[in-house]
Design a protein around this ligand. Sequence first.
Ligand code: SF4
Length: 275
Amino acid sequence: MASALIEKYMRTDKFPHMWCPGCGHGIIMRSIVDAIDRLGWEKDNVCVVSGIGCSSRAPGYMDFNTLHTTHGRALAFATGIKLANPDLHVVVVSGDGDSSAIGGNHLIHAARRNIDITTIVFNNNIYGMTGGQYSPTTPTNYFGSTAPYGNIDRCFDIAELAGAAGATYTARSTIYHVPQMTNYIEKALRKKGFSLVEAISICPTSFGRRNKLGDAVDMIKWIRDSAVPVSKASTMSSDEMVGKFTIGELKNTEAPEYTQQYDRLIERLREEDDA
Ligand code: SF4
């Protein structure tokens, strides 16, 4: 099945890809493609937009309408695309730094508007491409090139942040839990409104090496052992949750969608003009 998906949805002439051996990002890219395939969407009706970073190279390998934009600005471009062509399925691929630091305000306002865009955040807890700087999701006390003595910031919970800002679907899964991750991405893509799936990935080259987490297999086991289903987390104390994160569906609700509201506004103004 994997090879059929690659044949159908990948720009194989762009391979070999640029990701390091052991990088988790290819697993998430495959999940996105798998979810789109399950929905049976025409490739021409899908637009995948990215910013800058290792994750943001994914659209270059995916055979849809694709756009590689500037750092932190993928959602701004995607909003314009969606407003100009509301029938397109618009998907944003972003990293943890791209989406929650440089692009943090775009994320909050896209969620607030509930515009029908799905964002997949490839969260590997670091800026991998630009030198291993710590990001808003680097756990406290972990190391980055800009946190050589350990990071003292508390980290962002991106999925919770999006949900609190108004996203109507949020979920988190990992590259260890692939069937679950694909299922959440499919549900996010189906949602008429702003949806976000935080996909926990690994960066052995920058994050793993600096934090002595071992090789890619060790890091995937570390992710497996740190992930707690939301239902179980609700029975655990905050001390028991130190060093852990939740996985599962965090929010699934309904609210007016932005492009539909915009169309209604235009319709109302036209009617008022004609009256
Ligand atoms: S630097 Fe990290 S995130 Fe970037 S390709 Fe290498 S392993 Fe993946």
